[in-house]
Ligand binder design. Structure first.
Ligand code: ATP
Ligand code: MG
Length: 233
């Protein structure tokens, strides 16, 4: 579905992505892992049309989306839930969801909201609550729900477990697995190596703006290099 080849991007004189290649296939959860500052969010910004890449190739569902605008990327069905949630704190849960559906016809909005409520029942209990007054975990659910309102063909999640308690991380990963079981392909960008490898089919480990290690998640879990570098084992 998504094919990224030799991608280069950065800010001013700094190159952050230095020839990065990866792919996501139908039906997969693919984890993109790496420590702070390796370029995970930069990759997401490029994929979602917020930062113009310098060179390389990006194809999505047969379309060339290299250098495409955010609007074109959303229209193609590549939906990005940004790091730090970025919900509208002064709007209600319902209003946030409605805004997420602006790119799709009004006629399908009600049904899509119902689908989001089925996945995240907690949101349904409090449709009129201001989003900014929800807990961190609830805000993350809202951010994902808002992404679902655009009817993604592929969902990119940037650090959905960031700042959540261990119990809530479990719950969040369970919900992500549920979305995947329902047939949604997901690119999961995370620092949480252990749980991401449990959830994903394949994974890419980024270092210095390139893929340092990649393969089946089940195999990477036992990779001595990965265990030493990321798990301190
Ligand atoms: N707007 C910007 N202008 C200049 N440099 C930036 C900008 N945004 C990010 N960077 C730099 O690019 C590098 C990669 O940042 P990025 O946000 O992609 O990392 P990350 O892998 O998402 O890290 P984290 O796990 O902390 O979210 C960092 O060195 C960062 O300081
Ligand atoms: Mg980041």
């Amino acid at each position: 579905m998504l094919e990224v080849g030799d991608l280069r991007a950065g800010y001013g004189g700094t190159e952050v992505l230095r020839g990065l290649s990866l792919s996501v296939n139908k039906g997969e959860v693919v984890a993109v892992l790496g420590s702070n500052g390796v370029g995970k969010t930069t990759l997401n910004k490029v994929l979602s049309g917020l930062l113009r890449p310098r060179s390389g190739a990006i194809r999505f569902c047969g379309l060339d989306i290299f250098g495409a605008s955010a609007k074109q990327v959303v229209a193609a069905g590549l939906i990005h839930v940004p790091e730090g949630r970025k919900i509208f704190p002064n709007l209600t849960i319902l209003e946030n969801l409605e805004l997420g559906g602006y790119s799709r016809p009004k006629s399908v909005r009600g049904a899509n909201i119902d689908k989001v409520f089925t996945t995240f029942p907690r949101l349904k209990e409090r449709t009129r609550q201001l989003a900014g007054t929800m807990s961190g975990g609830e805000q993350q659910m809202l951010a994902i729900g808002r992404g679902l309102m655009s009817e993604p063909k592929l969902l990119i999640l940037d650090e959905p477990s960031l700042g959540l308690s261990p119990l809530l991380v479990e719950e969040m990963f369970g919900l992500i697995r549920q979305l995947s079981d329902d047939g949604l392909p997901i690119m999961l960008v995370e620092q949480n190596v252990v749980q991401s490898l449990e959830l994903a089919r394949r994974a890419y480990i980024l270092e210095n703006g390139v893929v340092a290690l990649s393969g089946e998640a089940a195999e990477l879990k036992n990779d001595p290099e990965l265990r030493r570098a990321y798990l301190g084992l």
